[in-house]
Design a protein around this ligand. Structure first.
Ligand SMILES: Nc1ncnc2c1ncn2[C@@H]1O[C@H](COP(=O)(O)OP(=O)(O)OP(=O)(O)O)[C@@H](O)[C@H]1O
Ligand SMILES: [Mg+2]
Length: 155
């Protein structure tokens, strides 16, 4: 599947992109976020929350918890941050179970999970460009993620 790249010039633009995904989500989607420290993964998840009707002020990079679930929106949002995961292999079966629910799951540092070739996921890779610029690449795997990308970003 061809990837799509979008350039954002500010945190607000990255949030807006996340919000478009949140508005277009139908439940059961997994967003796998990849990018260095400060690339804007949480910023995008904050927008995603807003797009789902969840107060974005609640969304932070969790320091001690690995996963946080936000309810009260149109669909529940599960926010996972694998940065501090010591031994991903031990946690992995548990984690993977939690990822495909009725709502939307967003996983920061998704690349810390061992790759499963036929995983269905919308892979989102954020790269620094210049100043506040970011290049955000979307690579969908599976029909529901192709459809989500189509509705949210390409339409
Ligand atoms: N175009 C942009 N998109 C997103 N964030 C931007 C952009 N330009 C500047 N920023 C700033 O970069 C920082 C991104 O922080 P954020 O917590 O979202 O990154 P992260 O990828 O989640 O990092 P971590 O790996 O530490 O969790 C914020 O301070 C934000 O204001
Ligand atoms: Mg973060």
């Amino acid at each position: 599947m061809r990837a799509t790249e979008v350039a954002t010039a500010s945190p607000e633009e990255t949030e807006a992109l996340g919000a478009a995904l949140g508005r277009a989500a139908r439940g059961g989607e997994l967003l796998g976020l990849v990018g260095e420290l400060g690339a804007g993964k949480t910023c995008l998840v904050r927008g995603l929350a807003a797009g789902l009707g969840i107060d974005p002020a609640h969304v932070h990079s969790p320091s001690f918890t690995i996963a946080t679930e936000y309810r009260g929106g149109r669909l529940p949002l599960t926010h996972v941050d694998l940065y501090r995961l010591a031994r991903p292999d031990d946690e992995e079966p548990l984690l993977r179970d939690a990822l495909y629910g009725a709502g939307v799951a967003a996983v920061e540092w998704f690349d810390r999970l061992a790759p499963v070739p036929d995983d269905e996921v919308l892979l989102i890779t954020l790269r620094f460009t210049t100043g506040e610029g970011r290049a955000i690449e979307f690579a969908p795997r599976g029909e529901r993620h192709r459809a989500l990308l189509e509705r949210a970003v390409l339409a």
